[in-house]
Ligand binder design. Structure first.
Ligand code: F6R
Length: 240
């Protein structure tokens, strides 16, 4: 696991964008795994800037998002579908048919999860997977538990995740379930980039780097990935 520590989020985002640029330049039809939440926002801003400046193109890029809430309309302001449109897809030259996000409203969620895994496999698996990390060490919505998960599945969100994300649900109830890629799906990515900023992530980062590889801190599995890079600010790296 490679660890890079930055004095501020802007420099961190520039390095993250450089890694995306390198991947897309080498392979214009790269398969990207994408995250939502606060952590990737500045990186997405920089990718939009580079796309508008003609430095990179997403015209042949294929994307798979990590997760989506269940029982929340796609058009809801808090859906990850809306998040991705507003923070990335709506501002770059990606083809809508190349964008994949789980359908959290699927009547048969097991079939939806299986189909999602099949689409990832058919695309040749993920070249570059972007991750944030929960304060409890979750990646995607793989919450701490007794076993590492495998493919895409439906999860009941933990109390800590509901507490952390309910700040966005000011006029509606936060969903309790989500569909998420499993740890197995994430680990199949050729390269993994995890972004963490702020002191609230310091314990999770300590456990990710120095703890045992354990499903009680799902991100610790990255210790066993051949090409995982952690991009941290000083606050998130404070306990290392
Ligand atoms: C989001 C996701 C989550 C977040 C994590 C951190 O698609 O999969 O694992 O990356 O909850 O969220 P932020 O970045 O908002 O602190």
């Amino acid at each position: 696991m490679q660890i890079k520590i930055f004095p501020n989020e802007t420099e961190l985002a520039l390095t993250a964008a450089d890694i995306f640029e390198e991947t897309i330049t080498k392979k214009p039809n790269a398969v990207l795994g994408l995250a939502t939440g606060a952590s990737p926002v500045l990186t997405y801003k920089e990718l939009i800037r580079r796309c508008k400046a003609g430095v990179i193109s997403f015209a042949d890029v294929i994307t798979f998002n990590l997760d989506e809430y269940c029982d929340l309309p796609r058009a809801d302001k808090n859906s990850y579908y809306t998040f991705m449109q507003e923070n990335l897809f709506g501002h770059i030259d990606i083809k809508p048919e190349n964008v994949h996000i789980e359908d959290g409203n699927a009547a048969d969620f097991e079939a939806e999860c299986k189909a999602y895994d099949a689409q990832i496999a058919a695309a040749g698996y993920i070249d570059l997977q972007l991750l944030g990390i929960g304060t409890n060490g979750h990646i995607g919505f793989n919450e701490p538990g007794d076993a590492f998960t495998d493919g895409t599945f439906r999860i009941r969100l933990s109390e800590s995740t509901i507490k952390a994300n309910s700040r966005y649900f000011t006029d509606s109830k936060m969903p309790e379930y989500a569909l998420t890629m499993g740890v197995g799906s994430i680990m199949k990515a050729k390269k993994i980039l995890l972004i963490a900023t702020g002191s609230a992530k310091a314990d999770a980062i300590y456990n990710t780097v120095n703890g045992p590889v354990s499903p009680h801190c799902p991100a610790s599995v990255l210790q066993t990935h051949p090409d995982a890079i952690l991009l941290l600010d000083e606050a998130a790296a404070a306990r290392l």
